[in-house]
Write a protein that binds this ligand. Structure first.
Ligand SMILES: [Zn+2]
Length: 144
């Protein structure tokens, strides 16, 4: 991931970018979902932290995950922040997904497609949309 901190802050000026999460968001620009793995104990964690919450090692490395998982939580938004690419009339569905790589490691984002077709436990896969002109991770129905 080669984007500078200044460029990352400019591209994602609507997000709270910090030193702990900057690699995660820089990954979006390359359409990679980067999740921190602890070099000491091997555990994944998300949201990104500079220290492993399991063993407290500070040796953590972001790595791309497969983007396969199952729906853990589904939320339908009828109102929300004004985002050019988001319409709330349908409503807009967000899902929290249990990633296949490790039990309990989850990633939340928009669901793209018929929101009524997805339920708790449904298999989903990562895809990429566009939000404010930049790549944005979305979930779609079906295994990856
Ligand atoms: Zn660890």
């Amino acid at each position: 991931v080669t984007v500078s901190d200044d460029d990352l802050l400019r591209v994602f000026d609507d997000l709270q970018i910090d030193h702990d999460n900057k690699a995660h968001y820089a990954g979006w620009l390359e359409k990679k979902l980067l999740i921190n793995r602890c070099d000491a104990c091997g555990r994944l964690h998300h949201p990104p932290l500079s220290m492993c919450p399991e063993c407290w090692s500070t040796a953590v490395t972001p790595e791309a995950v497969s983007g396969s998982g199952t729906v853990y939580l589904k939320v339908a938004l009828y109102q929300g922040p004004v985002i050019p690419e988001v319409a709330y009339a349908e409503p807009h569905v967000l899902v929290t997904v249990d990633l296949v790589e490790q039990n309990g490691v989850r990633f939340t984002s928009s669901f793209r497609g018929d929101g009524t077709s997805v339920e708790i436990g449904s298999p989903v896969h990562l895809a990429w949309g566009t939000r404010r002109g930049s790549p944005y991770p979305v979930w779609e129905a079906g295994p990856g």
